[in-house]
Ligand binder design. Sequence first.
Ligand code: ASP
Length: 415
Amino acid sequence: MGRGSHLMLVLILLGVIAGGAAGWAYGPAAGEAVGWLGELFLNALTMLVVPLLVAAVVSGITSLGDPRKLGSLGSWTIIYYLATVGIAVLIGLVMVNLIRPGDGVPTEGLTADPSLAEQGMGVTDVLLSLVAPNIIDAAANTELLPIIVWSILLGVAIAIGRGRTRVIAEFFDGLNDAMLRIVGWVMYLAPLGIFGLVADRLGQAGGGVQFWQSVSAVGLHVVTVLAGLAVHFAVLLLILYWLGGRTWSYLSGMARAVLVALGTASSSATLPLTMQCAREQGVDDRAARFVLPLGSTINMDGTALYEAAAVLFIAQAYGIELGFGGQVLVFVTASLAAIGAAGIPEAGLVTMVVVLKAVGLPLEGVGLLLAVDWLLDRFRTATNVWGDAVGAAVIDRLLSRQANGSPERETARAP
Ligand code: ASP
């Protein structure tokens, strides 16, 4: 990582701290004064997401050369996503069983938001969400999953076309480069943007005193989730070392993306930056352009861990003991609910309803989590983005092993 990137990392960190201090001290007034800085930064990142995603996925596939290679790249990617989401849920379940944060938490007077009851996630809902009848409409609403499906189809069609479609492949390759250049410019806004976002959100929570009261009401739940996320973060670091052949320097190279995820609470909005950092870290474009866009919408380790932990917390608060069978059900549904959650703020809270319904817990329980969800969302989003970054390194290594028949290239690159 160059000196400029180091400086940027320090400035972003200062933005988080200063934003926290401003929101803590001035409450809602902080948001009124500097919230616009955060909005400007978020808009600037979000405006890049759709064009960058299309260009990255299409050019990622065309750069594979033979579209049949997409099969093994896709399978390894999905195996990585499922394995790490599974580990995350397991960590969440173990932590809550050990710490038992929900015991004795009062549940009287909670009411359920009626719109939550309509939340469903059947197989047909999932399949329908993959294909949008109007791709422009999906793009206008930043619905990333159908755009990814469309881009994969377009990439494969271009790759099969070879000579006749080469010019389109070059167009998307160039577009990807141009978009990443703009990401570099937008990054200069990051420290102030993150400052504005954090100050605004903490201010909306009523400033320091009110925030502290809401956190301490469910303090053990907050501690359990944060500890679980920290454990998973470390497990991903081990996976990075064993399977990705990289270590601390990769973590510090990706730290700007992880911090921006913390500030924005959106993996999708962070995607441009995640891709930019991965490129700086020398991750093979073919891996980064496929694994990161897909990961930003479906690979949600932090969300999965959170959903499992939160559902068990609610069960404990209501004095309902979920046995082994119930916890297996939580394991499966929390993994699916996390995969189905969009990479936007507090999406996990909505899809969690599916898990609650599956194990028959009262939907009112969500009321216990509302006051602190925005805070935990930031940490789980940072874990989501870190999971994607590790995935890109792992798949990168796999691709280069396949190409070279030996792991030397990456061993040399590992610090
Ligand atoms: N905010 C998370 C993300 O964007 C999703 C969630 O857990 O709510 O990754």
